[in-house]
Design a protein around this ligand. Structure first.
Ligand SMILES: NC(=O)c1ccc[n+]([C@@H]2O[C@H](COP(=O)([O-])OP(=O)(O)OC[C@H]3O[C@@H](n4cnc5c(N)ncnc54)[C@H](OP(=O)(O)O)[C@@H]3O)[C@@H](O)[C@H]2O)c1
Length: 365
């Protein structure tokens, strides 16, 4: 008995960019294209996005060990068209334009002609018609991380608005969504920390105040910007490091929170997030102290929820949020003339450099 509902036959093979051992040069492979399992879709990918975590996973001995000897895919974000639907899947049909995240680190990569999202596991939503595939591919991982960070806003500020939020790394992929959602969903006053060259961009995302980390003492500038008698409600760190902790109690009130998506480390190529609790006792101590006396401290992971992608798609349809793509890189699956090597080098350098405004997207041609 067939487990697939598809009217158009699938191609026999799919090309992907993969690697074998950690930190070895990726290469293009062609593998048989599997029909969807009962809970899967098959999506033809039109665009994918690169995130720092893609470089971190490629570099990671732990992933290398967990995934074993198989070819490992690169890329988590994608946007594309549904071309086959597993027999147990409800609510999706061939031809649907979708965007989503393959959230399993050892799962297939999205730098691939076709992917197999698992419904109920991998976040997925209908692509808003006002976004191109290149725009939609730039959204899932970073917006789901921003939702997770903003969840740490004190409950009264979530309900009534007027919270004060600081976003460090406000011009980057996650930061620009933290700024936009803090304004649109929670009506907060937002301070973006960025370099002077990105100040106008961060203001355009909705920031009320800017602190230029390249020319100002950040803590001092943040304190000077506070109205008398007020402190911040949430500090979102998208950069890493420990500089702010000396002034933590002056900046944040006891019910406020400091959330980081990176941790104390600052390397761009080493894995961040909650995993760093395992080898950074200072973070564990800070978490416990925050729990007892405040302000709360947390190193958080993105929320892998389809309904949050649906929510942001709704905001996009109403023209309430913007997607910013700095560059679309082409040729990633092009074996001839070193096309894929060149494209990989370009996306790698963008991620390692850490100077991207918005997102870098990869066209899957
Ligand atoms: N825990 C999780 O679930 C999770 C999820 C997503 C990402 N992350 C991690 O979060 C970090 C950020 O990710 P991302 O995708 O937002 O990165 P990104 O887009 O590559 O960030 C680049 C931006 O960071 C800014 N920046 C660099 N140093 C800064 C500093 N000291 N102060 C303020 N801004 C600075 C740069 O602006 P300038 O050019 O002006 O410096 C640039 O616009 C990465 O380490 C990533 O691995 C974790």
């Amino acid at each position: 008995m067939s487990t697939t509902t598809t009217t158009t036959p699938l191609p026999a093979t799919s090309k992907s960019l993969t690697f074998l051992a950690p930190a070895t040069p990726p290469h293009v492979i062609s593998t048989p294209l599997a029909a969807p399992a009962a809970s899967e879709l098959v999506v033809k990918v039109h665009a994918a996005a690169i995130n720092p975590v893609d470089i971190q996973l490629w570099n990671s001995a732990l992933l290398g060990w967990l995934a074993g000897k198989k070819e490992k895919g690169i890329g988590r974000d994608y946007s594309g068209t549904v071309v086959a639907v597993g027999a147990g899947v409800k609510g999706w049909k061939e031809g649907d334009e979708v965007f989503g995240l393959i959230s399993r680190p050892t799962g297939e990569g999205t730098f691939s002609e076709y992917v197999h999202p698992i419904i109920g596991k991998d976040p997925i939503a209908k692509k808003p018609t006002c976004w191109t595939h290149e725009m939609a591919a730039a959204v899932p991982l970073v917006v789901l991380t921003a939702f997770s960070c903003l969840d740490w806003l004190p409950a009264d500020k979530k309900k009534n608005g007027f919270g004060r939020v600081v976003v460090a790394g406000a011009s980057g992929g996650v930061g620009m969504w933290c700024v936009q959602l803090a304004k649109k969903l929670y009506d907060c006053n937002v301070t973006g920390i960025c370099s002077a060259k990105n100040a106008d961009f961060v203001r355009q995302m909705g920031a009320d105040e800017i602190v230029d980390y390249t020319s100002e003492f950040v803590s001092q500038a943040l304190l000077e910007n506070l109205p008398a008698g007020r402190q911040y409600d949430l500090y979102i760190d998208c950069v890493g490091g420990t500089e702010l902790f000396a002034d933590l109690h002056a900046l944040l009130h006891p019910q406020a929170a400091y959330v980081t998506i990176v941790g104390d480390k600052t390397s761009r190529t080493a894995m961040g997030g909650p995993l760093t609790y395992l080898y950074t006792p200072a973070q564990v101590l800070r978490f416990l102290k925050g729990l007892l006396w405040g302000p709360r401290y947390a190193n958080v992971l993105l929320y892998a929820k389809s309904e949050l992608l649906e929510q942001v798609a709704g905001l996009a349809e109403r023209g309430e949020v913007e997607v910013v793509v700095q560059e679309v890189v082409r040729g990633l699956l092009l074996e001839e003339e070193g096309g894929s090597e060149e494209a990989w080098k370009r996306v790698y350098e963008f991620m390692e450099g850490g100077r991207v405004r918005g997102k870098i997207v990869v066209a899957i041609e």
